[in-house]
Design a protein. Structure first.
Length: 493
């Protein structure tokens, strides 16, 4: 109960649904945290620009920011709705703000300004928290509710083929729809029905899904894909007969655990009634991903404006996607959004979730060669004398010493990562080093810190900001973790 209380105390409200803006690209997607200032939603300007193109330089004065972006020059003024794009003035829906040292723009910046400064197509639905850039044809769907004997049927007709994995969470049914981007006609559909209250689309963690809310408890849920995967039938009905009460599934370890849990594939269509959604099998092991810094702690910064906290968040997002795609792990994020989480909050999030691996991502000055990677494991202090008398408690290990039980496995993990990173063309890789890193000290699993560089005020971010480099590094991490013994459901400590 104590640990549950700590999760509630430390877990930020910003980790909840609707706090991310999803940028869809032809081969990837990125999540950018949304911040509400006043009554308007805002995005971090430099993080958005780094996602959609290349920053060539910036000049910041007290209340003015000038940015060289591609072939364009942009000028922003704090608390002013006007943005200067070359010789044109554009007006935003709300003033530009400076929050915790970061320049923030209202979300309509992505529709009013971004299309003018990028060379790819931009598709955006007003009011939505997602945007599609490049050669992307997002799917969509319609929904219809019809009565059944003792229940109701939802018919979802998609424009593209989908796959379905279903899980029950907190009295609702969640149907993951595969990996193809979807742009719904409406974010939610509400019904005056005794069986179904709402069908809601959600992709705020980057995974398109439908969330079905029943009107009352104790109902059964059946889902079937027909017509080649373009039509989904979802039946919500009363149980046909009293059933033995099954033990409840264990609660999810933390709010930031993400990715479709393992589930039985959707049944094939047949004339017989579909079977109810099967209970999830044994949960996949969890990897904790830690994006260094955050909030008012920006960390290192490059000459062209890329902050360490944003680069770490980008890497974590890509590694998370690669791990989820492997089907071997679930993921818990120790920092959800742009917050300055303490070391204790980060390790509590990982330990309470029961993470079997912990990776912390950072960036900094690693010298002249760039891109470069340095790997660190925990170096404990000199052994202290064991407590005597009543203070000695056999079998208990203090949290500030718990990582010492995993030193050898952490070194092996770092060695495996190093060997894989050396296969990335143009990347310099340092041998793993032990250091007294506070973020690793209290982690109850093998733990490694990964630092990329060089990120300095004397040079541009270069390859570090490249989506290609970040994807290659993230894929390498996922490959190493995928072949670890126990990865995929049987991981043990």
């Amino acid at each position: 109960m104590l640990w549950c209380g700590l999760v509630l105390l430390f877990w930020p409200a910003r980790a909840l649904r609707g706090d991310n803006f999803v940028f869809y690209f032809p081969s990837s997607r990125q999540l950018v945290p949304v911040e509400v200032i006043g009554n308007s939603k805002y995005l971090p300007l430099l993080q958005v620009l780094n996602l959609v193109g290349k920053l060539n330089g910036l000049q910041e004065k007290r209340n003015t920011l000038k940015v060289a972006f591609g072939k364009s020059h942009l000028e922003f003024h704090a608390d002013d709705e006007e943005v200067r794009v070359d010789k044109k003035t554009m007006v935003l829906s709300a003033p530009v703000r400076v929050s915790d040292g970061r320049w923030m723009v209202p979300t309509d910046f992505v529709t009013s300004v971004v299309p003018d400064i990028v060379s790819v197509g931009v598709e955006y639905q007003a009011g939505a928290n997602r945007i599609f850039l490049g050669d992307i044809m997002p799917g969509s769907f319609s929904v219809r509710l019809a009565p059944l004997s003792g229940g109701a049927r939802l018919t979802f007709r998609f424009t593209e083929k989908v796959t379905v994995r279903t899980v029950s969470v907190n009295g609702k049914w969640i149907m993951y729809l595969g990996d193809h981007p979807i742009e719904p006609l409406e974010p939610s559909f509400r019904f005056q029905n005794p069986y179904v209250a709402e069908a809601q689309f959600d992709d705020q963690d980057g995974w398109p899904k439908l969330v079905i809310t029943p009107s009352t408890a104790g109902l059964n849920f059946y889902s079937t894909l027909v017509e080649g995967g373009k039509v989904l039938l979802a039946d919500v009905v009363k149980p046909s007969a009293p059933q033995a009460k099954a033990p409840p599934p264990p609660p999810p370890p933390a709010a930031a655990v993400s990715g479709p849990p393992p589930a039985t594939p959707a049944p094939k269509a047949s004339a017989a009634a579909a079977a109810p959604a099967a209970a999830p099998g044994p949960p996949l092991p969890i990897v904790a991903l830690d994006a260094g810094h955050g909030g008012d702690d920006a960390g290192a910064r490059s000459r062209d404006g890329l902050a360490e906290k944003d680069l770490a968040a980008q890497l974590v997002s890509r590694v998370r996607s690669a791990l989820l795609s492997s089907g071997k792990y679930r993921v818990v994020l120790t920092r959800a959004g742009d917050i300055n989480a303490t070391f204790e909050q980060r390790t509590v999030a990982a330990n309470v979730a029961g993470a079997v691996l912990f990776l912390s991502f950072h960036a900094g000055n690693l010298g002249g060669n760039s891109p470069r990677v340095a790997l660190y494991t925990y170096q404990p202090p000199s052994p202290a004398a064991p407590p005597a008398g009543d203070e000695a408690k056999p079998g208990l290990t203090a949290w500030d010493q718990i990582q010492e039980a995993y030193l050898e496995r952490s070194r092996q993990l770092a060695q495996n990562l190093m060997q894989r990173f050396t296969q990335i063309s143009g990347l310099s890789v340092d041998a793993p080093t032990a250091a007294p890193l506070r973020v690793l000290r209290s982690v109850n699993s093998p733990a490694v810190a990964i630092e990329v560089g060089s990120l300095t005020l004397e040079s541009d971010a270069g390859a570090l900001a490249s989506a290609a480099f970040q994807e290659e590094l993230s894929a390498a991490v996922a490959e190493v973790l995928a072949v670890l013994p126990g990865g995929g459901g049987e991981a043990t400590r």
